[in-house]
Design a protein around this ligand. Structure first.
Ligand SMILES: [Zn+2]
Length: 343
């Protein structure tokens, strides 16, 4: 990116109410068959237009075509039985009924490539595409086949690599892997989590990102955050190894979080998507609040490597709130951009 402080969002944006029930996760579709296919495309275009009107520089599909950032990808794989469900604790935090791995996993066909191609046709702006990371995928499943988190993660990494290469080929500029699980299973992250992620990006020429957050603004997550104390030092456990990895960009939660901002020093040299928008509140940040977060981050991230972003996806938020937050992100980045250029 040539533009200083290019803005983007972490991932999901609210869907129109005619497509799916707003403000809930795993919301069922309201349309069917061809109407659903067309409806998803219309939603993608509207979501793109919202980002463009707000002045977002690196745009995305806002995950309009998927029900959930992990599940929708897994639905398209062989070896996973969605009828056979088990209750597991996701990220050691909340119980959910999840599908079961019953045999070797493989990709039946491209999952998001047609959607990415469609987004590419709509805009010349840089586009970012999010995929779930291997560790977060295994954490959203019950494994009755490999019986090894690590083995299953390596299999998913291979599958993700196939998908990522196809996304790159249709013109995606940045491929992002969502790994909220990196904030929970530190030993595994260091043992094989980062290694499997590097397997997922093997051979890619486009830019790559990993998004590591404290989750959507849902109750299970906000309750968990209350148990983390006043200083959140989770990133400290994994940053040293991430700094040495081949991942280009690291997407982090910084706004209203209790992450000591100086931890960013541990990934000096990486591009950082700095979360300057809190997704766990309907209060829309002022541009000045966004600017203040970015200025803090600038102490530890070089200006040409700082990408203003949201803390996480905004699917659980009302549409008007998400739109207001996009405007605030853009305006806040512009304040700091002007300051930097005036120097
Ligand atoms: Zn997130």
């Amino acid at each position: 990116m040539k533009k200083l402080l290019p803005t983007s969002t972490a991932g999901s944006l609210p869907k129109p109410s005619w497509l799916a029930q707003p403000e809930v996760l795993w919301s069922p579709w309201k349309l069917q068959d061809q109407e659903l296919i067309d409806g998803k495309k219309d939603a993608l275009r509207l979501c793109l237009e919202d980002q463009q009107q707000a002045g977002i520089d690196i745009v995305s599909d806002g995950e309009q075509t998927r029900q959930h950032f992990v599940t929708t990808f897994i639905e398209n794989l062989n070896g996973v039985d969605f009828e056979k469900r088990e209750t597991v604790k996701i990220r050691n935090r909340y119980e959910a009924s999840v599908p079961t791995v019953i045999g070797p996993v493989s990709r039946q066909k491209s999952v998001f490539v047609e959607d990415a191609k469609f987004l590419r046709q709509q805009t010349d702006q840089p586009i970012k595409w999010a995929l779930p990371g291997p560790m977060t995928m295994i954490d959203t499943l019950y494994d009755n086949h490999y019986k090894s988190r690590e083995k299953l993660a390596w299999e998913f990494a291979k599958i993700l690599n196939e998908e990522a290469k196809e996304l790159e080929a249709v013109g995606v500029d940045i491929i992002q892997f969502d790994e909220p699980a990196f904030n929970v299973f530190f030993d595994e992250v260091n043992d094989w989590g980062i290694a499997t992620l590097e397997r997922a990006i093997e051979g890619l020429k486009c830019e790559t990102a990993v998004h590591i957050c404290y989750g959507y603004g849902i109750k299970a997550n906000t309750d968990w955050k209350k148990t983390l104390g006043t200083e959140w030092r989770q990133y400290e456990e994994i940053f040293p190894k991430l700094q040495k990895s081949n991942i280009d960009i690291i997407s982090l939660e910084c706004q209203n979080s209790h992450v000591p901002i100086e931890l960013l020093e541990l990934i000096r040299g990486k591009k950082v998507m700095v979360g300057a928008i809190d997704v766990a509140t309907n209060t829309i940040e002022t541009p000045e609040e966004v600017a203040a977060t970015l200025r803090k981050a600038l102490q530890f991230v070089d200006a040409d490597k700082l990408y203003p972003c949201t803390n996480c996806g905004m699917i659980p938020l009302p549409r008007s709130v998400a739109r207001g937050k996009l405007d605030a992100l853009s305006a806040g980045a512009e304040i700091v951009r002007k300051e930097l250029l005036a120097k």
